[in-house]
Ligand binder design. Structure first.
Ligand SMILES: [Zn+2]
Length: 275
């Protein structure tokens, strides 16, 4: 596969490769700016702390290879840090506070507005950023008038390929992330240190990991820092996820670029026609 900072994403569609003049002369009406956001945080003993940002960059590399050359979609430099407070205290975790991340994203959006851009998408690969992005997206919409989108990591598990698909939990450092890093940077993974660990939540309880009723930090769930099945990961599965997810991400980006807020409201005449 392509290495970091190679390919169409980081060459043809990397906004800061252009000059002030080129950006000023760009027709910005339908241009979509992509702000990638990852994290630097512990992912167990077998994975690099750069996992989320590496995975983010790699999905974008795949997605842009799948986009038409003239797609009006431009990338900003990936923001390597996110809100990883749930992992603080574990070596190598570098976290922004929620308020810092909110302020940083607002500053980027204000700058884009002053350059004349109108559409912004946050492309995120770290679960801890989700709540912040939903909140700040609306704040930016209100303050700047930009159309703001939020795309979460396009990891779509494939039960046909996943060997332990019967009971699978994959929250952090498990089969998906381990497979993705094996595909992107195999020498950054030490599979000898991979373990499987997941918390025991009562099956009859509606309080589950991905529900909003349980504000966990990693030490509530795991001693290893992993929540999932890391040992079944494979490079082939990671490559498959990148190919599948890259296609899905390319399609989503094109849809965001073509999306027009002005067309959302039904005209009264159309309302009459519906009755
Ligand atoms: Zn992660």
């Amino acid at each position: 596969m392509l290495h970091r900072n190679q390919g169409k994403a980081w060459d043809q569609h990397f906004l800061p490769r252009l000059s002030r003049k080129q950006i000023a002369e760009m027709d910005k009406e339908d241009v979509l700016i992509v702000q990638p956001i990852g994290a630097v945080e512990q992912h167990g003993e077998h994975l690099p702390t750069f996992t989320d940002t590496l995975v983010n960059e790699s999905f974008l590399t795949y997605a842009f290879e799948a986009l038409p050359d003239d797609a009006p979609i431009w990338l900003l430099p990936p923001l390597p840090y996110g809100k990883s407070t749930e992992h603080l205290g574990h070596s190598g975790t570098i976290s922004l506070s929620a308020t810092t991340l909110i302020g940083l994203l607002q500053d980027i959006a204000r700058s884009l507005q002053l350059s004349g851009f109108r559409k912004l998408v946050f492309y995120n690969t770290h679960g801890g950023n989700v709540d912040v992005l939903n909140l700040v997206g609306r704040e930016i919409r209100i303050e700047t008038g930009l159309a703001v989108f939020h795309i979460q990591s396009p990891v779509v598990p494939d039960p046909a390929l996943f060997p332990a698909s019967g009971q699978r939990i994959d929250i952090h450092g498990g089969d998906a992330e381990t497979s993705l890093v094996l595909a992107a940077r195999p020498h950054w993974v030490d599979m000898k240190l991979a373990v499987d660990e997941f918390p025991q939540l009562p099956a009859d309880s509606s309080i589950q990991l991905k529900s909003k009723t349980f504000a966990w930090i990693i030490d509530d769930l795991s001693d290893s820092g992993i929540v999932g099945y890391a040992t079944v990961a494979s490079k082939d599965y990671g490559t498959h996820l990148f190919e599948r997810g890259g296609q899905a991400l390319a399609k989503l980006l094109l849809e965001c670029a073509a999306f027009d807020m002005k067309n959302l409201k039904l005209h009264p005449k159309s309302m009459e026609a519906l009755q």
